[in-house]
Ligand binder design. Sequence first.
Ligand SMILES: Cc1cc2nc3c(=O)[nH]c(=O)nc-3n(C[C@H](O)[C@H](O)[C@H](O)COP(=O)(O)O)c2cc1C
Ligand code: SF4
Length: 429
Amino acid sequence: MELFATKNFGKPEALTIAGYKALGGFQGLDKALAMPQQAVIDEVKKASLRGRGGAGFPAGVKWGFLPKDNPKPRYLAVNADEGEPGTFKDRLLMEGDPFGFLEGTVISSYALNVHHAYVYVRGEFFKARRIVQDAVDALYKEGLLGKSVCGSGYELDVTVHPGAGAYICGEETALLESLEGKRGEPRIKPPFPAVVGAFGCPTIINNVETLAYVPWILAKGADWFAGYGIAGEGGPKLFCMSGDVKRPGLYELHSGANLRELIYEHCGGIVGDKKLLAVIPGGASSAPLTVDEIDVGMDFETLKKKGTMLGSAATMVIAEGRCVVKILARTLKFFHHESCGQCTPCREGTGWLHRLMERLEHGGEPDVIRKDMGLLFGICDNMVGNTICVLADAAVMPTKGFVNKFRGVFEAHMDGRGCPLHRDAQGHP
Ligand SMILES: Cc1cc2nc3c(=O)[nH]c(=O)nc-3n(C[C@H](O)[C@H](O)[C@H](O)COP(=O)(O)O)c2cc1C
Ligand code: SF4
């Protein structure tokens, strides 16, 4: 399988400008700077590049939302907050090939007539942030950033900004608040960031992986990129494979790659040759697929039709012998902890669901458990669509998905004695 965004991984020379260039870098930038700005946008639109941060919104279409007549400066914010459990692609892109996504950042900024881009790097990613800062400093030194990018007369500054250490800061409007020095709390939309974004100015927010593929679109052409994936979802794609597979890691395949092949061919199958129980295809926010549902394309539209989502393609594989109630309890602990607390349905709902799952897994008063299980879907329905951002929906997706698909397992936990897998031969917890 040919590699693109990951082809420089493990090559130390990719961390210097000369080395990156020798490996074929900056071809996309050279081409872009010789093109009119609108032509670059059109090329990205034609390539069917879908955003890789989670929502899968077409990048070129989003770029088209920037108002043409607004005299204010416009910004590009690179979302490098990467907080979705199971996702590790952006960190590896930044650490392994920093000039790749930065080249995409410069091309995209040029196309959008942006003169200041921010790279918002997750607070805990100390190494990635240092590598990206070093790369940005080198780009300034060599004249690829600053007053005249590559002598073109186009001016661009890039600021690397540390994240505030919360999952919610990856939500695009919370990211903007954090960038402005405020608490990372999502804003009510509309207005959308493309109209009112950072510092009240039009702003485009794109994920690191999205931008890492922009140079490839320019270098190899939109038709190549569009043809590499599936209809409407172009290009190569990164899959973060984790859990009970023999060879976990980052895989670069094509958009729409088959999930069964990913697990059994690329990742070598299940650890200990156990049977597969379930797969979480797109990060903690996605509903699981059962073993009968893995002959499926890993793309945004196909997984949506299956009642789940591709998200950030953080694919977590679960073997038989694992307790899905425990997995859901752990997932809900995360969402409860990460809720920013602005919206009552999210703040209270995530806590309620979390406590219920803890009682199921570790034992509790049977009457309380039965009552709460009876209310479960009502709690979920009151959360979805009633909040400022979709973190509440993200907690509901796996909850409904696991309970619907593994109802028997949840029922076996309802006697208040905790997980049946942790009882002794006499059935005692
Ligand atoms: C709770 C929450 C957390 C998010 N975290 C991230 C993140 O860490 N990185 C990311 O790129 N997008 C994240 N997103 C999605 C962003 O809001 C946004 O859609 C994305 O950065 C847009 O980039 P793209 O169009 O290139 O995908 C998150 C969304 C939500 C609701
Ligand atoms: S849904 Fe949750 S995380 Fe999102 S703004 Fe409301 S309280 Fe905060």
